[in-house]
Design a protein around this ligand. Structure first.
Ligand SMILES: [Zn+2]
Length: 166
C-alpha cells in the first residue's frame, strides 16, 4: 500500500539523479511513494504503470531500465520468489519513523492530573491551554503515570520540549 513519503530537497541535486530525463526522475519519485518501509516494490510493470500513469498509456518500463542500469534501483527476487525492485540507499532517500505510536493518555488519568494540579500550569500558573507534560519525556522511556505527568500550559510545555531537544 502506498504511503505518504517525503522527498528530500537533496534528491533534486543527487549526482545520480540530476542528469536523468524528467520521466526517469518522475518514476523514481513514484517508486519512493510505492515502496514499503525497506524500500521495496513488487516488480510488476502493469501494477507500477497503473499507479504512476493511471490515465494514460505511458509506461515506466524504460525509466525502470535506466534507473536499474545506473544502479539507482536493483531488481531481483525476494525470498518468496517474487520479482522485486529495491531502491538503493533507501535510507538516504527516506527517513523511516519506526517509533511505536504514542498511546493516548486515558481521559480519567488526564482528569485526575488536572484536578491534582488545580487546573493550573505548574510553571506559570496559567489556567488556559492546559496540557499534560511528561516529567521524564516519553521518548526517554517516561511512562503515562500520575508520578510522571504534570499540568503545563501549551506554551510552557513547548518551551520545555524545545529545551529537551537541544
Ligand atoms: Zn505555563
Amino acid at each position: 500500500m502506498p504511503r505518504i513519503r517525503t522527498v528530500k530537497p537533496e534528491m533534486f541535486s543527487d549526482e545520480k539523479l540530476a542528469p536523468l530525463a524528467v520521466i526517469d526522475r518522475f518514476v523514481f519519485v513514484a517508486l519512493i511513494s510505492m515502496a514499503d518501509d525497506t524500500g521495496r516494490i513488487l516488480d510488476i510493470l502493469k501494477v507500477i504503470d497503473a499507479y504512476v500513469f493511471p490515465m494514460t498509456s505511458d509506461s515506466s518500463e524504460q525509466a525502470l531500465e535506466t534507473l536499474h542500469r545506473l544502479g539507482i534501483i536493483e531488481r531481483g527476487l525476494s525470498s518468496s520468489g517474487q520479482r522485486v525492485i529495491q531502491i538503493v540507499n533507501w535510507l538516504k532517500h527516506q527517513r523511516i519513523d519506526d517509533r511505536p505510536p504514542r498511546p493516548y493518555i486515558a481521559s480519567e488519568l488526564r482528569a485526575r492530573i488536572y484536578e491534582r494540579d488545580g487546573y493550573r500550569c505548574l510553571t506559570c500558573g496559567s489556567i488556559e491551554r492546559l496540557s499534560l507534560d511528561h516529567i521524564i519525556p516519553f521518548s526517554h522511556g517516561g511512562q503515562d503515570t500520575e508520578e510522571n505527568l504534570r499540568t503545563l500550559c501549551t506554551p510552557c510545555n513547548s518551551r520545555r520540549g524545545a529545551r529537551c531537544e537541544s
